[in-house]
Write a protein that binds this ligand. Sequence first.
Ligand code: HEM
Length: 331
Amino acid sequence: MTRIPLLRRALAGGLMLAGLAGTPVSAEDGTTAEQTVDAMNTLWGQHPGMRANHAKGTVVEGRFTPSAEAAKLSKASVFSGAAVPVTARFSDATGLPTIADGAANANPHGLSLKFKLADGSEMDVVTNSLKYFPVATGEEFRDLLVAIAKSGKDAGKPTPAETFVASHPAAGKAGATARTPTSLARQTYNGVNAFILVDASGKRQAFRYRIVPVEGEELLGSEEAAKQAPDHLMSEIRTRLGKAPVSYKVLAQLAEPGDRTDDATQPWPEERRLVEMGTLTLTKPVADSASAEKALLFLPNALTDGIEVSDDPLIDARVQAYAVSFGRRSQ
Ligand code: HEM
């Protein structure tokens, strides 16, 4: 319930900065979220109306049908009732609106979901294809982006990015866990951050989302990926949905005692139990995707009774940064 004041504060920050268009903002100014979005704008440019990260995307529609097992773990209405409508946005990483879908830097691809619940409220799940995150906190993510921005060809050795990676082991390895798929319908997407399921008796269970394509994951080598047409993935998913639905199993990877919930650089052991929470079935592309994505804002803490945030500090860092980006792109 702290979401609204936090969002308002972050939005106010975004609007304030947007009012200073053209004025360079140094990394010392503003909140961590503003500095993070500034660093993204420095790396990838400012593109009016576009997201600071995951700028290129496409919007589609479908539904989520819960499993019987899900209702035992969480009292959330999304897991107990009939199928609910879902709006989904696939995306490429970076703030480059015309990045080639097969470019290495377009990884991790994103899948954002907005569930339209029976009571009229909405719930978001924002995932990408990384198996774990390069850093554990919002401050570290800002520092990583600033270090990359300062590591151009004129930077002395070791570059700021090399120095950062040397002291943050996951930062040098996380990127390689996400590869270009043959289709956005053939990629596994991960929640990365831990959340908490709360059942009817109040029992709490930490988990991470994993969204697995029913047809199986199918990934390309980097050379094959680079040969794809620039818009291949975004147009292929729309064409595919024009012919037949695409389905994914929505899984919850359950934490065991001792598994850290506050550090997204630490994947939990693969043998952890995976519970099928339901099926996501995407059915059709949204006709005016460009207008639809401008209006959409996905927030990782937009939850519903029965699902809660964990102590992972990245969740709030993300909420703050997404709100700053939304404030700027809404100008
Ligand atoms: C501190 C960590 C992070 C920061 C600061 C950050 C920042 C951002 C920003 C500024 C945007 C643009 C938001 C907008 O304008 O609506 C964005 C989009 C996105 N991010 Fe993150 N991000 C972080 C971590 C993550 C993680 C862990 C994931 C996935 C598990 C993720 C997945 C996405 C996706 C899928 C989008 C596109 C959302 C959409 O489709 O509208 N991000 N991120």
